[in-house]
Design a binder for this molecule. Structure first.
Ligand SMILES: NC(=O)c1ccc[n+]([C@@H]2O[C@H](COP(=O)([O-])OP(=O)(O)OC[C@H]3O[C@@H](n4cnc5c(N)ncnc54)[C@H](OP(=O)(O)O)[C@@H]3O)[C@@H](O)[C@H]2O)c1
Length: 292
């Protein structure tokens, strides 16, 4: 059985779809407030707030005896929010994660979604490999680095993701993708940074790769970058969305991030690029594109 902790988020819902598509397994998904998804025979929802130990205990007791393939999506992860509430974020991202890891039994494989934010700035267009030194530039990146160590310390796996994008599958919780699409479909311009790059991937592809890795019989690297081949700015992504929706591409307006770092409360790397050759060799892939 798959357990998706934090299953009602952007990545969590895509993971549920990927498990249903790629395996015959049932899914136990958790959320603090279970969204009104229609019931299905393969998905059950459990309420779980990982900050509440009683609720983690109830979940662990309920699943005792099941052989589990787990993805822990639950996190306090917006960099500005983490900077505003670092103790609350630490409690979710580190303390509660640690308790959860120690309570779950019969875990066949567990993946933890981490982030390119652990790497920091790509100097001179460097594409970070898994073994590179981590130099996060903000508290979010530092907390994720600690979380990775807990996960690896328990013998479980870490996936480092880039900026992820795609249509939200969560009712009432639109993603940035949806805001871009709605804006340009109304015929209004959307300003997007043209000089800040990430190895961007879709939520759907990210979720499918995680399930492929969990289903592998062979050992899986402790840390693996899951990202696309291309260095993409948000402007590049905006153009791809305009093309997909068949709206004029000049509605996507390029702007420069230089001098605009102040619109974010916390420091961010201007560009963070990742190398995906390990993922490609493990899964036998040739090219990984952003598919929207
Ligand atoms: N999106 C990206 O570009 C990106 C990039 C790199 C890494 N990641 C990582 O991917 C993971 C999933 O992110 P996402 O993009 O899917 O964001 P998301 O939609 O906000 O998902 C995060 C989930 O965490 C849950 N959560 C927060 N606090 C919790 C708590 N105390 N107990 C239980 N659940 C809690 C939320 O659950 P509720 O539904 O109960 O509110 C939410 O569904 C995060 O670890 C994030 O750091 C995301």
């Amino acid at each position: 059985m798959y357990l998706i902790v934090g299953g009602a988020g952007y990545l969590g819902t895509n993971l549920i779809e990927a498990v249903l598509e790629k395996t015959d397994e049932a899914v136990c998904a958790t959320a603090r407030n279970i969204p009104p998804f229609p019931p299905t025979s393969r998905i059950c929802w459990e309420a779980c707030d990982i900050e509440d130990r009683d609720s983690v205990d109830r979940l662990a007791d309920k699943l005792a005896g099941e052989s589990l393939k787990v993805v822990v999506c639950a996190a306090f992860h917006h960099p500005d929010a983490v900077q505003q509430q670092p103790r609350k974020a630490w409690n979710v991202n580190v303390t509660s994660l640690s308790y959860l890891l120690n309570r779950l039994e019969n875990v066949k494989r567990l993946f933890y979604p981490s982030t390119d934010s652990v790497y920091g700035e790509s100097e001179g267009g460097h594409h970070f490999q898994e073994g590179d030194k981590t130099t996060p530039v903000n508290i979010y990146g530092r907390q994720k680095t600690v979380a990775e160590q807990l996960v690896n310390g328990y013998g479980y796996n870490v996936a480092r993701f880039p900026f992820l994008i795609g249509p939200s599958l969560v009712p009432g919780k639109p993603h940035f993708y949806d805001r871009i699409a709605e804006t340009i479909l109304r015929g209004e311009p959307m300003e997007m940074f043209q000089d800040s790059y990430r190895s961007t991937l879709s939520f759907a592809s990210a979720a499918r790769f995680v399930v492929d890795l969990i289903e592998m019989v062979a050992p899986v690297p402790q840390i693996i970058n899951i990202c696309g081949d291309d260095d993409l700015s948000k402007y590049d992504v905006g153009l791809m969305i305009a093309r997909k929706l068949n709206v004029p591409k000049d509605l996507i307006v390029p702007i420069s991030i230089s001098g605009k770092q102040g619109i974010f409360e916390t420091a961010r790397a201007q560009s963070t690029l990742m190398d995906n050759s390990l993922l490609k060799s493990v899964l036998g892939l040739k090219r990984i594109e952003l598919e929207l």
